[in-house]
Write a protein that binds this ligand. Sequence first.
Ligand code: SAM
Length: 209
Amino acid sequence: MIENTTRASYDAIAADYADFLANELDDRPVDRAMLAAFAELAGSGARVADVGCGPGRVTTLLHDLGLDAYGIDLSPGMLAVARKTYPHLRFEEGSMTALDVADAELAGLVAWYSIIHIAPDQRPAVFAEFHRALAPGAPLLLAFQIGDETLHVAEVLGHNVSLDFQRLRPERIAEELTAAGFAMAATLVRERIGRDRVQQALVLAHREA
Ligand SMILES: C[S@@+](CC[C@H](N)C(=O)[O-])C[C@H]1O[C@@H](n2cnc3c(N)ncnc32)[C@H](O)[C@@H]1O
């Protein structure tokens, strides 16, 4: 099952990955602006989930923006790093394919470079799950690399892994979100910065009220 290899791969790279990305958002004001817009739409103190949180760098930013943010991730290794780095925040093991939240429980959901690991035929079910978990009107923010291909990667930061990275088209994601019951708010195509190999998409939507 693909989730098992994704989990094992992120377990293997967790500590090095956290160091590698540690301050990356500091140099990405446009990305932070979209996260700030998400926070404002969710509302001060809103309970929001950072799904596929990895080392928790976005979870802590959402917390600093005044949200009641917590992280969810498939990888226990990533969660261990997140809990050690941000002991004041909550991180839970789980998959975006079956979130352990009640219907309409969340006031916002961020999936920052995590739907990239979902096979295309699984995406509608994941977007349906996001829709189920969000309250009517609540915002959803997605980040991903733009493109058409699936990259299979066998080595990351010196570790053997088996990871598929789906590059995605924002127009296609907008169609799928709309079909799942979301209203589109903004699609931002950001040019490459630093290590980026391709343009990046930041997509903001909200569950239809
Ligand atoms: C590229 S990393 C991004 C991590 C974090 N959002 C960040 O930007 O630093 C992708 C993360 O998604 C997680 N992930 C992959 N598939 C998942 C799933 N089905 N449910 C929850 N998390 C998943 C991985 O374990 C990994 O931590």
